[in-house]
Design a protein around this ligand. Structure first.
Ligand code: KG4
Ligand code: ZN
Length: 367
């Protein structure tokens, strides 16, 4: 069973081919970062057009380089930019229809969630032990999920900005190139943070949800009051290094805040992190340390598999296919928003809010 994965939800056109054991036979990515950089963020219409140009070229290369023709197409169908998603979904559906092979629509977040189980060096994918307690932190999402045999439950999420978005917006004010996360990471490595610079937000409930918008505003205020605005990576100096170390630590502290409680409550077999922010040096280090302290294995994707890629989409699609999922080439649609969190999950969240124990009892599929 060979799977062709297609990912076009945002600003990377990615194509991969995995064999039936999840070995990555081909993975290539055409990044649009340079195209969008002058605008300081992704321009949706430009993204769609770039996908349209790159996708046929990458698929052509995939067909030439993989071990054989694909038997299944897995394509990201949401959440993401509508126009960008449409390019991938229509291409994938036409490809599957033309070759008379199966098609599976993949939730981008499902893709991130399986990325820690892939081997970047071409080995088989690891079978995920359950339950998995997984953090997804990217440019568009920040949430902890619990994945059992039957379904995935979201345990908490951000109420406003995503962690990656917070890195990007603050990096932009500092004069870092888009996306700002990697630059902030590099600056923070040179500095010494202090817990006293940024306060943690206090939500009025005990949901464990995140809020990054106050931290973003506070960081921007500090950058301006310290005269660091627009200086860029080379010129921010020690003040910039220290400020970014404090800022990064405040994000990581918040992301990992609910971890001990979730571990106590759900007793996961493994803890994972995925999404672009899972490339962050401090987050990786702190998560490893937390896992060691709690006595639970921590599994992180290789850095190349943290950001958007098609290997994760192919594998998530292949696993869903194994659970019986099939999509109709002629009817498949895209979902721009995070809409695929099903009634089962809503029920779980209501139970959780009402103070009831959240169980992993089978309540239907993830979507
Ligand atoms: O998963 P991803 O490629 O795209 C989305 O699905 O959003 O994540 C991109 C995000 C960007 O916000 C980027 O700044 C952030 O991941 N990022 C990082 C690092 N590398 C990428 N954030 C913090 N530290 C990093 N080293
Ligand atoms: Zn992503």
């Amino acid at each position: 069973m060979r799977t062709l994965g297609i990912e076009t939800s945002c600003d990377e056109t990615a194509v991969a081919v995995l064999d039936g054991d999840g070995r990555i036979e081909f993975a290539m990515l055409s990044s649009q970062i340079a195209t969008h950089a002058p605008f300081g963020g992704v321009v949706p219409e430009v993204a769609s057009r770039e996908h349209l140009k790159a996708l046929p070229v990458l698929v052509d290369q995939a067909l030439q380089s993989a071990g054989g023709p694909p038997d299944l197409v897995a394509v990201t169908a949401g959440p993401g930019l509508i126009g960008a998603l449409l390019v991938g979904v229509r291409f994938g559906a036409a490809f599957a229809w033309g070759r008379d092979i199966d098609l599976v629509a993949v939730d981008h977040l499902d893709g991130h969630q399986v990325s820690p189980f892939l081997d970047p060096d071409g080995g088989s994918a690891r079978v995920a032990p359950t339950p998995v307690l997984g953090l997804v932190a990217s440019g568009g999402h920040s949430a902890w999920y619990l994945t059992g045999e039957e379904e995935t439950v979201r345990l908490c999420r951000t109420r406003d900005d995503a962690a990656g978005e917070t890195f990007d917006k603050v990096g932009k004010v500092l004069g870092l190139p888009y996306p700002g996360g990697p630059g902030v990471d590099r600056l923070a490595r040179l500095g010494h943070g202090a817990d006293t610079v940024f306060r943690q937000p206090r939500l009025k409930d005990d949901s464990g949800d995140f809020s990054f918008s106050g931290l973003k505003s506070a960081a921007i205020r500090e950058i301006r009051s310290r005269g660091l605005e627009g200086l860029g990576e080379e010129r921010v100096g020690k003040a910039g290094h220290d400020l970014m170390a404090s800022f990064e630590a405040a994000i990581v502290r918040q992301l990992l805040g609910p971890l001990p409680e979730f571990v106590r409550e759900h007793r996961p077999a493994v803890i994972t992190a995925s999404g672009g922010v899972a490339a962050n040096t401090l987050l990786r280090r702190e998560l490893e340390a937390a896992g060691a302290a709690l006595g639970i294995e921590v599994l992180l994707p290789s850095r190349g598999l943290t950001t958007d890629n098609a290997a994760m989409i192919a594998w998530a699609g292949r696993l869903a296919w194994g659970r019986g999922r099939r999509d109709d080439c002629r009817r498949m649609d895209v979902n721009g928003r995070e809409v695929w969190h099903p009634p089962g999950m809503r029920r779980q969240l209501e139970r959780q809010k009402a103070g009831k124990q959240v169980s992993m009892a089978p309540q239907g599929e993830y979507r």
